[in-house]
Design a protein around this ligand. Sequence first.
Ligand code: ZN
Ligand code: MN
Length: 269
Amino acid sequence: MNFQQRHAQQYADLTSPEVIDAVRDRTLVWPIGSVEQHGPHLPLSVDLLLAEDFGNAIAEGVSGLVLPTLSIGARSLPQSGGGLHFPGTLYLQGASLLSTLTDTLSALRHLPYRQLVIVNGHFENEALVFEAIDSARDAGYFGDRSVAAFSWWSLTRDEWIAENLPDFPGWHAEHAGLTETSLMMHLHPDLVRAQRPIHLDTPRSGIYAHPIDPTTFTTEGVLSSTVGASEEIGSRLFLHVLDQALSLIRTKSNNWKSDPDAGSDSVNA
Ligand code: ZN
Ligand code: MN
């Protein structure tokens, strides 16, 4: 538990008579994660915990409410998550995840919230999350509300990476690597085991190759190096992403306030 989790208001803790007034003109933050193998040193919950931690901190920063985390995500793929060669991973087929996301967005359309922020923590979810939002937009579920959706790593600045992660292998290969290990050391140190696997021959991004030999494209499910992971890097990364997220969201909020006639097309662009 970190300090953000104690303070952000949880949507599901409200009662039914409270919910309409509680969400009116507020920001709803929805963490989307996965239950996925993360090597011998990290728990299956990394992607859902990090999405939740960022979501709670963002909600606290904008006085928003946090929706319950969507814990089961898209299928883990070999070149970005180690794939299904390792035990423990739970996943939804793409079509099921898309339905789960769009059905939930449909249910939310009846609430008078002002802005929706979706924080993704699992690499393979991203395209499906964006597709669900786009089809919800087409279906008119957002009306005049604004939406911001992102994977937390997409908010890191190139300058920050160059300065803090000199051997950065690409986000697809950061699965259970230096950044996730450091964030977990910062946020959930009790869940981090002692091993620090190294995989030097990191897979190239955007290539699916069959047949697959798990011993050549990962080391125990880890796609890059965890050497040098630290609580300090995790703390710096967490604050950097949070800072970027809040400025993105506040910019959208300000746009909303200064242009009340903005249609769904422009605020969702
Ligand atoms: Zn992960
Ligand atoms: Mn993942």
